[in-house]
Design a protein around this ligand. Structure first.
Ligand SMILES: Nc1ncnc2c1ncn2[C@@H]1O[C@H](COP(=O)(O)OP(=O)(O)O)[C@@H](O)[C@H]1O
Ligand SMILES: [Mg+2]
Length: 385
């Protein structure tokens, strides 16, 4: 790689990217601007380092706080892939996805940088397993809010973006938090579009992170939308148990979170063994059981038995609505309307199963029939996920 300092670029440089079209909605940023934003990529501004390069904290000249990811060179092929990725990323917009502000690419120096909005409150990984949650661990409500936000981000990639996008590296360190614990999914830039909208995708190199990778992807390289669902299930287990996906300091047999949790998840009388002690016993027991059921379904060994992310969003929303409803019954003297007013026409069949297919379809996770069914699904019809 050539030293970019010897190749100064004017501030309004055009990208040297051959004939590839450049994304219009995402700004091409001058290298000088990114350099100035990060004080020449000074070590003090490093937020962290992942498998694809370092991430720097910075402020653009217009005052936007950003995180700048400097990708390790992938050669000329990598440059081409990079621009294809940027083109794809710039079309994805959702309140639970980290926004791509701009990018820089120079084929001559093989420099590729991505500039994201800064999400200031750390990653879920840092809160669960790192320094952030040490004094004040995430409480149950924050965990459930994060679980739902992250599920919505993934569901958008899978079901609402055209064509469908598989994340491929969904994990706790790719869930970033705002100060109010609103969660955003990051690093879908490493995702590949499913060709022609197909949900099957044979990848040439198996990517992803140890402990999160679905068995079919690890063994055959077959990447499915449902491989993301598996990774999501691992994150849900982390939220429930407070354990890392792989932790060699655990007793023998407990090192791998999914392997340890699976038999316990199958036995309703043992579920308490899973509870994160840092919750201090402050969690609604019924909801814990419900979320365990969702997690168990997501990490099913057979991809076809896992729910879709849309189904996960619906079931997590039901968990939270049931809690809200029960709260409202307890505080009914105040006459506070807890459930969102709505006149949705969604037709629930009234069964309490959360998943329409697979082995979990018969599970009675939601047995509180008193909840107003008209309110349960109303949000989806209006929120424009
Ligand atoms: N947009 C962002 N805002 C704030 N922090 C970020 C942002 N993107 C990445 N980070 C932080 O930078 C670190 C490195 O990120 P990354 O290179 O994606 O590696 P990984 O996700 O494998 O940890 C992570 O700890 C993450 O918290
Ligand atoms: Mg990341």
């Amino acid at each position: 790689m050539r030293d970019v300092k010897k190749r100064p670029r004017p501030v309004d440089a055009v990208p040297a990217a051959g004939s590839l079209p450049h994304p219009t909605s995402t700004r091409f940023l001058a290298y000088e601007e990114l350099k100035a934003a990060t004080n020449n990529f000074e070590p003090a501004s490093i937020l962290g380092e992942g498998g694809f390069g370092k991430v720097f904290k910075g402020v653009l000249s217009d005052g936007t706080a950003v995180a700048i990811k400097r990708l390790t060179s992938g050669g000329q092929q990598g440059d081409k892939e990079f621009l294809v990725e940027v083109e794809m990323l710039s079309r994805l917009h959702h309140r639970n996805l980290v926004k791509l502000v701009g990018y820089y690419s120079n084929r001559d120096s093989s420099q590729n940088l991505l500039c994201y909005e800064l999400v200031p409150n750390g990653s879920l990984e840092a809160w669960l397993h790192g320094p952030l949650g040490v004094n004040c661990p995430l409480d149950w409500d924050a965990r459930m809010k994060i679980a739902l936000d992250a599920a919505r981000g993934l569901a958008y990639l899978h079901e609402d973006s055209q064509p469908c996008v598989i994340h491929r590296d969904f994990k706790a360190s790719n869930i970033l938090l705002e100060n109010n614990f609103h969660a955003k999914v990051a690093d879908f830039g490493l995702a590949k579009q499913a060709p022609e909208g197909r949900v099957n995708y044979l990848s040439t190199r198996v990517m992803g992170t140890f402990g999160y990778v679905a068995p079919e992807y690890a063994m055959t390289g077959h990447l499915l939308v449902k491989s993301d669902v598996y990774s999501y299930g691992v994150v849900l287990l982390e939220l429930l148990t407070g354990r890392k996906p792989v932790d060699m300091s655990q007793p023998s047999g407990q090192e791998n979170l999914v392997t340890w949790a699976r038999p316990i998840l199958r036995d309703k009388d043992r579920l308490e063994e899973l509870v994160d002690p840092r919750l201090g016993g402050n969690y609604p027991n019924e909801d814990f059981v419900r979320v365990c059921t969702i997690a168990a379904a997501c990490v099913a060994p057979e991809a076809s038995q896992r729910p879709t992310m849309g189904e996960v969003v619906q079931s997590l929303k039901m968990v939270q609505r049931v809690t809200e409803y029960q709260d409202s019954v307890l505080t009914s003297s105040t006459n506070r309307p807890n459930l969102r007013q709505s006149s949705t026409t969604f037709e629930s069949d009234g069964t309490s199963s959360i998943f329409s297919s697979g082995p979990y379809s018969g599970l009675s996770v939601f047995d509180n029939d008193t909840i107003s069914r008209t309110a349960v699904f109303s949000e989806d019809l209006h929120e424009g996920r």
